[in-house]
Design a protein around this ligand. Structure first.
Ligand SMILES: [Zn+2]
Length: 441
């Protein structure tokens, strides 16, 4: 229901008047249709002049005359003409403020799940380009690409409960997860520039040390300010063969008054407590993994992914290829509209890893999965830029989270059910990549 309603509300279908259609026939056109219909139309027309971009259930077709001459006859409704000088742009953002922004001089073709597709002329496009940050990417709409897959629904009836992996993830300790999350929120702020930020790092180091992990802090600068990433590690029994698996999330928080009050329960207390929950699960299972597993909490994410950038930069050329998988947890606790849903995000070169995770999700988790191949705006991005296989799991409703970067990002708004499902998926992935790597084939 949710997707249907969203598609109806958010995707802007321009109804074209017939007079207009005849007048502008010889131009370029944009057509927004359901992906199923869209692929059908492309197959039928086969003019070769069209390009498409898939965003979930929707296909945006950008086409020339031949294609549209045929399509207009069959489906004259959801078509908009491209004005001279206009091009299609794609904005990918993790920032709800940008997601809800009005861009003067542009026309909206699509807006959902952190993606905006706009038609913009040259001047408007320059304004768009100036919006690019570490959290917002602006580019020409890619041609013939799937940016966001159609949603994939997992179902409780299919969930396996008897095999070793199921028994492993069933031991996820949710009360301990909620306690860790509460402790992080109780610090009042984990802003990177204040001493309370370092206090959060030291607190988590204590928790992970107590579990028996070898820990270390990696110092680096954010501008002139000094901060530390936290790394907890268990050596694999066969690191030569299975390499390293990284479970990561950012620990820092921000808000309108970040120095004194930035509870960051969802962003990213949920992911940071999630990293610790996965560390606790592995520790309490008593299993020695085949791969070396590192649990990493980054600081400086909110200022521009400083922690993950520093981590990737410090990797030697020989170490990089030993990292087989990076799982980034950022905002895993907001879900206001049923059913529970998650976004899995990576780059297209890393499609095989996402396909393995989708398979694990079908067997061991219960939510709707949206898969994005346009990675941006969190700590998986620097890894992917270095061609290290990395995947982000994030609540799919992040762009409508009203508490984002606000002092109201409190425990009360955390959906524990969503946290559990996202942790189950990451726990299954940790098992598959670090403990029983044979499962991957
Ligand atoms: Zn975050």
């Amino acid at each position: 229901m949710k997707n249907f309603v969203r598609a109806g509300n958010i995707v802007v279908f321009i109804v074209l008047m017939l007079a207009c259609a005849t007048a502008a026939m010889a131009g370029q056109w944009i057509q927004v249709v359901t992906s199923e219909t869209g692929y059908e139309l492309i197959k039928k027309a086969g003019s070769g002049s069209e390009t498409f971009c898939q965003l979930g259930d929707v296909l945006i077709i950008n086409s020339g005359d031949v294609f549209n001459d045929q399509i207009l006859k069959t489906d004259p409704v959801n078509v908009m003409p491209v004005r001279p000088g206009e091009k299609l742009y794609l904005i990918t953002t993790k920032d709800p403020a940008v997601f809800n922004m009005v861009f003067p001089g542009t026309r909206t073709v699509y807006r959902d799940m952190g993606f905006i597709v706009l038609l913009a002329g040259e001047t408007a496009a320059m304004n768009l380009m100036s919006k690019q940050t570490d959290f917002t990417k602006v580019e020409l709409l890619p041609g013939n690409q799937v940016v966001l897959s159609r949603p994939l629904t997992t179902g409780i009836t299919r969930i396996k409960s008897e095999d070793a992996l199921a028994k492993f993830i069933d031991k996820l300790d949710m009360p301990a997860f909620m306690q860790d999350l509460t402790d992080l929120v109780d610090l009042k702020t984990r802003y990177s520039y204040v001493s309370q930020g370092q206090k959060a790092v030291d607190h988590c180091e204590e928790v992970l040390k107590e579990m028996g992990y070898a820990t270390s802090q990696q110092p680096y600068n954010i501008g002139s300010s000094r901060t530390n990433n936290l790394i907890a590690e268990i050596k694999g029994s066969d690191e030569d063969k299975f390499g390293q698996v990284l479970i990561v999330g950012h620990l820092d928080s921000t808000s309108e008054s970040p120095r004194s009050n930035a509870p960051g329960a969802d962003d990213n207390g949920s992911g940071a407590a999630g990293v610790m929950a996965l560390a606790r699960l592995l520790h309490e299972s008593g299993i020695k993994p085949a791969a070396t597993v590192k649990f990493i909490l980054f600081m400086g994410e909110e200022q521009g992914l400083y922690g993950s950038k520093a981590y990737v930069k410090a990797l030697s050329a020989t170490e990089r290829p030993t990292i087989k998988a990076v799982f980034n947890l950022d905002m895993i606790g907001f879900d206001a509209v049923a059913p529970l849903s998650v976004m899995i995000e990576t780059s297209s070169f890393n499609r095989p890893m996402v396909e393995k995770m989708q398979k694990l999700a079908l067997d061991y988790a219960d939510f709707t999965i949206h898969t994005s191949f346009n990675a941006w705006g969190s700590d998986h991005a620097p890894f992917l830029q270095a061609k290290i296989p990395a995947v982000l799991t994030i609540e799919s409703e992040f762009s409508s989270n009203p508490n984002y970067h606000k002092t109201t990002d409190l425990i009360e708004s955390i959906n524990q059910g969503l946290c559990l499902q996202i942790l189950r998926l990451n726990a299954a992935a940790m098992y598959a990549y670090a403990i029983d790597a044979g499962r991957l084939n």
